[in-house]
Design a protein around this ligand. Structure first.
Ligand SMILES: Cc1cc2nc3c(=O)[nH]c(=O)nc-3n(C[C@H](O)[C@H](O)[C@H](O)COP(=O)(O)O)c2cc1C
Ligand SMILES: [Mn+2]
Length: 484
């Protein structure tokens, strides 16, 4: 089922008991964050999407934690479970179309008769029921203060739309925005990301302005797509259309030549001067630490368009697990088949919450030759944003990568650190605070596969302890008799 907008998604969440309305008055400063943080770490029965109906000083309700569980994330993307995403992608990979998965996705945009994934261009939409230009002010939005040490209030679940100044190709990214004043935002696109490349192109070609539109809300698959690390040139809107099985309706902005989802709740239109920089942060980030204040581009508002009675969608990030972990899980499941296409020996992959995506990637492989684990690590470090992975642990195919206890056991038992740890240097995530230099540092690959004659090991590898099948069967059969 494809949702048309955020409201349909909210209604579905509510009908399934996944949403809790909060009618008690709350403040936008820290209180919503503290409530949400508790729920995102609570047992499943308590971890719900929240709709704050009375945010002091605002008429606009605040939606948060809408994607914050496996069930809600699956519902957002129209699948029964997140593993179904891997199957859907695998089927697309099998399409009798030449090229890699991403070539296919690129082509989907032009083959909309074959697969109805391409966007539909419409002349008007609910996101433009109200239009303010000169009088537009961010003060009308219940933008949260998330953590006490934050430099200010932040828009945390935005869909930032930019276009390549040369090719006009679209990019949509989820990049947080710091409120500097009622018409100015910090634009936190990191240098490895799609829209930062558009900015570099704007600088190179001497463009004075990049037109930018920021959508808040819209259908949940499109919101997710803004967070997906698609390769350059793959249109997030086509990807979303493919996920939904129905093209996304787009409408042109009122003051910018940028299209936005017609069914968004609120749209901020404006521009970035590619040469301008301003200190952004600190911000309590998804690493669990405050990211440091650094120079980032600046967004200047030219208009706010919105529904008559919009809902303001947001999230908080902080010490994991939180809502963003589930957006990342969807990405992990979606990307697994594409990783397998390049590396057929890969069985499964896990980016656990504790590793905040870029700190830890665990993969299981069918090992066939000496150095095989190193080959897999090296290949992963060469694939898109996987380049930012700080630690990669490679285990054998029989290991459950999602069982962190098993991984810790194998990854320490099966290694001779001198032989099995590969240390290299490379690009690091913007948010990595431990690297000696910002955005560049050491990476570690751990080969935790079993070693054998292939590896020239000088002692024989022991058997793993497993009870005999007959005794296990006997004990299971007699279990009740023991009175345990
Ligand atoms: C809640 C949330 C907040 C994010 N904030 C940022 C951010 O401030 N800056 C950034 O570069 N990436 C941020 N990301 C990650 C990007 O959305 C992600 O890397 C995505 O691939 C960017 O799109 P792009 O590949 O088209 O650049 C965030 C992701 C989530 C889920
Ligand atoms: Mn992109």
């Amino acid at each position: 089922m494809a949702f048309t907008d955020l409201r349909e998604f909210i209604a579905e969440l509510e009908s399934r008991g996944h949403l809790q309305r909060v009618s008690a008055p709350v403040t936008r400063d820290l209180e919503i964050a503290e409530i949400t943080d508790r729920l995102s770490k609570a047992p499943a029965a308590q971890n719900k999407a929240l709709l704050f109906e009375k945010v002091q000083g605002f008429d606009t309700p605040v939606l948060i934690n809408a994607f914050g569980s496996a069930e809600r994330m699956a519902l957002a993307l129209g699948v029964e479970g997140l593993n179904d995403l891997s199957e859907r992608i695998a089927k697309l990979l099998d399409l009798k179309m030449p090229g890699t998965f991403f070539d296919k996705l690129r082509k989907l945009g032009t083959l909309i008769d074959v697969v109805k994934a391409g966007p539909k261009h419409v002349g008007s939409g609910p996101c433009q029921e109200m239009v303010e230009t000169d009088s537009a002010s961010l003060a009308s939005l219940p933008i949260l203060t998330c953590w006490p040490g934050d430099a200010g209030r932040y828009i945390t679940l935005p869909l930032v739309f930019t276009r390549d100044p040369v090719t006009s190709a679209r990019n949509v990214g989820m990049y947080r925005l710091q409120v500097f004043d009622d018409r100015t935002l910090g634009m936190h696109w990191q240098m490895h990301k799609g829209s930062a490349e558009h900015q570099r192109e704007a600088l190179r070609t001497g463009a004075e302005r990049m037109e930018v539109a920021i959508a808040l809300g819209g259908d949940p698959a499109t919101i997710y797509a803004a967070s997906a690390p698609l390769p350059p040139g793959v249109d997030e809107i086509v990807f979303s259309g493919w996920l939904r099985g129905r093209g996304v309706e787009l409408v042109r902005g009122k003051t910018v030549d940028v299209e936005v989802p017609a069914h968004a709740e609120i749209v901020l239109e404006g521009y970035v001067d590619p040469r301008e920089r301003r200190l952004e942060g600190p911000f309590g980030d998804h690493t669990g630490y405050y990211s440091l204040a650094r120079e980032y581009p600046v967004f200047h508002l030219t208009a706010i368009t919105r529904r008559r009675q919009p809902i303001y969608p947001t999230t908080i990030v902080g010490r994991p697990p939180q809502e963003d972990y589930w957006l990342g899980k969807a990405t992990e499941r979606i990307f697994l088949p594409t990783v397998r296409m390049v590396l057929p020996e890969v069985v499964d992959m896990n980016m656990p919450a504790e590793g905040v995506f870029h700190n830890l990637v665990i993969v299981s492989i069918r090992k066939r030759y000496p150095g095989h684990a190193r080959k897999v690590m090296s290949a992963l470090w060469g694939m898109g944003l996987m380049m930012l992975a700080k630690t990669i642990i490679v285990v054998s195919d029989h290991v459950d990568v999602h069982d962190l206890s098993e991984v810790a056991w194998r990854a320490t038992a099966n290694i001779d650190p001198k032989r099995d740890i590969m240390v290299i240097e490379g690009p690091m995530d913007d948010l990595d605070h431990a690297a000696l230099r910002h955005r560049f540092g050491g990476k570690m690959g751990i080969d935790a596969t079993e070693k054998g004659p292939l590896d020239d090991i000088q002692q024989s590898w022991p058997e793993e302890i497993v009870m005999s099948a007959s005794m296990r069967e006997q004990v299971s059969r007699r279990w009740k008799e023991y009175g345990l």
